[in-house]
Design a protein around this ligand. Structure first.
Ligand code: GLU
Length: 512
């Protein structure tokens, strides 16, 4: 990996709520791109829209990145040479740039009240304009720096009511930029409105703050969701107005993440609708008094989620699909990002989690899980339980859910299975097997030899014996290897469970 200090990318979320899984993917791709090129990954908090600010959202974003190991080198918490990294703390920088645009004639003050804007829209609609915009066709009919005298402008600024600044979009210009994923994108300036760049509260809008920061933080590549593609036309015009057009960052707009059906964008409501998380961490929404599920709380390993997300929009160019974050840092490339939307497939996410849990060191799993178990349980014993269940679980929480019988006689017994598999004529064989197991040395090999030998000698069917044995011991027919399980729980205890289980099996049988 060569170190290229000129590669600087940023993840720039707005703290307007929890980080959606699409945002996490954007963060991941930025991170991977930075690492691939030995560049810098920056986290910038875009909080200039105070009306949409949600307390706790910034902290949530930071914690999510931390959980996933996507650590920024520059951020609110990590500092850096290009701070502050929270836009609400950069007001003076934006103001200076807005003034520069006003002075050069690329922006103008506008004083229109909400009522005046509303009547402009009504007027335009009456005249047959489908979606009225504050643009070149109406700007000279409004109350702004282009229509009022200098004195009037000065008086209105001093009064301070509804003072905004709008960009003056040029007439008949073509705005063209190249996108790494979409190639060339073109817009006619005549389709673009005079966007507000400074709001009445003195804070800039996203458009101005975003490009001023990308410029002053020396961002080399802007990698973000497709929903920002149309805003880029305004951004290019702003770069042009500042005289920076020749040094714009490279743009790469990532494809949408689609619902499992492939129809429409995956929304925050889809999680509850389809029964899977769409947020990295659980989130309680104060306003809606509703809890949204998180991948972490569902029992996902961050490595599994990363691998899953890496393939939602990018492809390695071959059939391989298991990649550690280190692999991804080596092979990730913007050239292999797909243009079309990526379908969210929760079963695939679960499959990755299963693979990752199975290949995680038992001691690491033990460290992550021990607090969810009774602290009187011996470490060595719990590690062995984890070892046996590891190939069988999908979520971290499954270890707890599927392991009760390792610690106590099962209380939740698969009665249906027992009724089906237990044969009354085998009662004596189970009693004999109980004593055989009791008398065998307590290692899985010996127990296996004894039990299989007995079955063969008595010409019994394996299924008719193994299934009830499993239910007597574990309460269920599913579970790890029978003989490993008996050896871990203990041959004496298991022998007793078999003897205790026979009467229940008979009763179930007799009752039909
Ligand atoms: N603040 C924007 C967001 O919330 C950032 C878009 C961009 O990366 O330019 O996604």
């Amino acid at each position: 990996m060569s170190k290229d200090s000129s590669v600087r990318v940023r993840f720039a979320p707005s703290p307007t709520g929890p980080l959606h899984i699409g945002g996490v993917r954007t963060a991941l791709y930025n991170y991977l791109f930075a690492k691939k090129h030995g560049g810098t990954f920056i986290l910038r908090i875009e909080d200039t829209d105070q009306t949409r600010y949600v307390p706790g959202a910034e902290e949530y974003i930071i914690q999510s990145l931390q959980w996933l190991g996507l650590t920024p080198e520059e951020s609110v918490n990590h500092g850096g040479d290009f701070g502050p990294y929270r836009q609400s703390e950069r007001k003076d920088i934006y103001r200076k740039h807005v003034d520069q645009l006003i002075a050069s004639g690329h922006a103008y003050y506008a004083f229109d009240t909400p009522e005046e804007l509303e009547s402009m829209r009504a007027r335009e609609q009456a005249a047959g304009v489908h979606t009225p915009k504050y643009d070149q066709s109406v700007r000279l009919k409004m109350r702004n720096g282009l229509t009022l005298s200098q004195e009037e402008v000065a008086t209105l600024i001093a009064k301070g009511d509804n003072v905004t600044v709008r960009m003056k979009v040029p007439v008949d210009e073509t705005v063209t930029f190249s996108d790494k994923i979409r190639e060339k994108v073109s817009f006619s300036s005549n389709e673009l409105d005079d966007k507000v760049i400074l709001k009445a509260d003195g804070l800039p809008t996203y458009h101005l703050a975003n490009i001023v920061d990308d410029r002053s933080m020396k961002i080399s590549h802007v990698i973000r969701g497709e929903e920002w593609l149309s805003s880029t036309a305004h951004h290019v015009l702003l770069y042009r107005s500042f005289g920076w057009e020749d040094e714009m960052p490279v743009f790469a707009h990532l494809p949408l993440i689609l619902k499992p059906s492939g129809k429409g964008k995956l929304s925050k409501r889809d999680g509850a609708k389809f029964g899977f998380p769409v947020f990295p961490l659980e989130w309680f929404d104060e306003k809606e008094q509703e809890t949204f599920a998180g991948f972490r709380e569902e029992g996902f390993l961050p490595e599994a989620l990363i691998n899953f997300l890496s393939l939602l929009g990018w492809n390695p160019g071959n059939d391989e699909e298991t990649f550690s974050i280190d692999d991804l840092c080596q092979i990730f490339s913007l050239d292999q990002i797909n243009k079309s939307g990526a379908q969210f497939n929760y079963d695939k996410a679960k499959w990755f989690n299963q693979q990752y849990i199975n290949s995680t060191e038992t001691s690491t799993l033990y460290a992550a899980l021990k607090d969810s178990f009774d602290n009187s349980i011996d470490q060595n014993y719990l590690e062995k339980v984890i070892e046996q269940l590891k190939p069988r679980v999908t979520f971290l929480g499954d270890f707890k859910k599927q392991s009760a019988f390792f610690f106590d006689k099962p209380t939740d017994v698969d009665e249906k299975g027992l009724r089906k598999k237990f044969k009354l004529e085998n009662e004596g064989h189970f009693t004999a097997l109980a004593s055989l197991i009791n008398d065998s040395p307590n290692d899985s090999e010996s127990i296996q030899t004894a039990v299989k030998g007995y079955i063969a000698d008595n010409e019994l069917s394996f299924g008719a014996i193994f299934a009830p044995l499993r239910i007597f011991i574990a309460g269920t027919m599913a579970g790890p290897d029978l003989f490993e399980m008996i050896s871990l729980i203990g041959n004496k205890e298991c022998s007793q469970r078999i003897l205790d289980g026979i009467p229940l099996a008979k009763q179930l049988k007799n009752n039909g």
